[in-house]
Write a protein that binds this ligand. Structure first.
Ligand code: AMP
Length: 425
């Protein structure tokens, strides 16, 4: 098969790594890719926001399947546009991608189908939202309605913080995504990421993971795209997994079908495990980044077979197997991220780090210049490892991190720390 993978992050490097291992693969292209992906795929500098250009490339190269990594092209309808040109793509249609593209849309489905989620209200103007917050009180969660790269959510402990977050969203910083604001009840519990592979009718639960969204150790600092992750998430027992499928994933699939927009692709539920059960925080319509990196390390079955099954609607005849080992990834980000940061600094020690047993390095914002690897984004590298336990994977990942020479970057030192301590207990 000839595959075109779209994206340039750590998630796409991990997907490229798993696709490259498939016996079904003929040729792998990636647009635009990064310095790490270039070792596995032919990187092409297509503008993936221009769907016509992507379709034309697919026709010329005879691409059998397009795999879409990030959410932006999905929400913009790339799967529909490719389908119109007769090109098969893995991922949801524009209509189905609204599960991620609009938090209000997701909340409406939850209300109609009885899916557990935090109570919320949606507003389009500053005065009514401030009046609502004044009555609601703190703590409260303030969210921009649309896509904001994981940065449109504030968990406000005080009224002042809530008001500042509302004003920030209405300041226009998020463009159209900030046209409406959601005010949501604060939920307490443990947060987990749940993934299901869907073909419109059937959902296969994939592995579970936990990520670390805050920038600094001890869950301090601003929310980021994700600073590290591990899999499996010990909090999600088999019984809870079955409950999530029954109460959250299956009704969502039914809702999308009833609406005439069946969901195909990866449905990624951000869940809070509250004392009264799992509650849906958000939907994403693609693999998480960095969760994908740890899932791909643990996947035993052929990824291309599974992606094809989702596109062909044959998941009811399939199952997914995982290595029993744990996987963990530490994200290295440029100093300043998620705020302003510089690019173009040299990263050394990558070969030594990759030579640590069990370690895989997945690039995110990197580019090659001659024989040097330079930083080229906010999140720059994922140092990932497999181990018998989370503690084992963690030790290997941090051993490799210590070998990387990049003074212009930072990482958290406590990824998987609590899970590893729990294993000992
Ligand atoms: P979201 O993008 O909606 O998942 O929100 C980003 C992060 O904010 C989540 O991963 C949670 O850590 C936190 N969060 C979102 N909604 C809530 C809520 N209702 N209660 C507590 N924390 C929340």
């Amino acid at each position: 098969m000839k595959i075109l993978l779209l994206g340039s992050g750590g998630r796409e490097h991990a997907l490229a790594w798993a696709i490259a291992a498939s016996p079904m693969l003929g040729r792998l292209f990636c647009a635009p890719g990064n310095a790490g992906i270039a070792g596995l795929a032919e990187c092409v500098s297509l503008d993936i926001a221009d769907h016509g250009t992507v379709a034309a490339f697919c026709k010329v190269e005879g691409i059998d399947l397009v795999v879409v990594g990030p959410e932006t092209p999905l929400v913009a309808g790339i799967v529909d546009d490719l389908a119109q040109s007769g090109i098969r793509a893995f991922g949801p249609s524009r209509a189905a991608a609204r599960l991620e593209g609009s938090k209000g849309f997701m909340k409406d489905i939850c209300a109609r189908y009885g899916i557990p989620t935090a109570a919320s209200a949606r507003f389009g103007d500053l005065d009514s939202v401030l009046a609502h917050v004044a009555v609601h009180g703190a703590p409260v969660v303030v969210k921009a309605d649309g896509l904001a790269a994981g940065k449109g959510v504030t968990v406000a402990a005080t009224m002042a913080e809530a008001e500042a977050a509302v004003r920030d969203i209405f300041s226009g910083r998020f463009g159209e995504a900030g046209a409406q604001v959601l005010i949501e009840d604060f939920l307490e519990g443990e947060e987990v990421s749940f993934f299901a592979l869907c073909d419109g009718r059937t959902a296969l639960p994939l592995a579970t993971a936990q990520d670390h969204k805050r920038a600094f150790d001890g869950d301090k600092g601003p929310n980021t795209g994700g600073m590290g992750a591990f899999s499996p998430a010990p909090a999600l027992t088999e019984e809870l997994t079955a409950r999530v499928m029954r109460e959250i994933i299956d009704p969502t699939l039914a809702a999308m079908r009833d609406m005439g927009s069946p969901f195909t692709g990866v449905l990624f539920a951000g869940l809070m495990l509250t004392p009264s059960g799992p509650s849906l925080l958000e939907y994403n319509v693609r693999f998480g980044d960095p969760e994908c990196q740890v899932l791909m390390l643990r996947l035993k079955d052929d990824l291309l077979t599974l992606l094809q099954g989702a596109v062909d609607g044959t998941l009811d005849k399939m199952s997914v197997r995982w290595w029993p080992d744990a996987a963990l990834t530490v994200v290295l980000a440029a100093n300043g991220y998620p705020g302003a940061y510089e690019t173009g600094s040299v990263i050394g020690g990558l070969e030594a780090a990759a030579a640590v047993p069990g370690v895989e390095i997945f690039h995110a914002g990197t580019r090659r210049e001659g024989d040097r690897i330079l930083s080229n984004g906010g999140r720059v590298l994922n140092v990932a490892a497999l181990g018998k336990t989370v503690a084992g994977a963690r030790a290997s990942a941090y051993e490799a991190v210590a070998l990387i020479d990049w003074p212009q970057g930072f990482c958290r030192s406590d990824i998987g720390g609590r899970a590893a301590a729990r294993e000992k207990a």
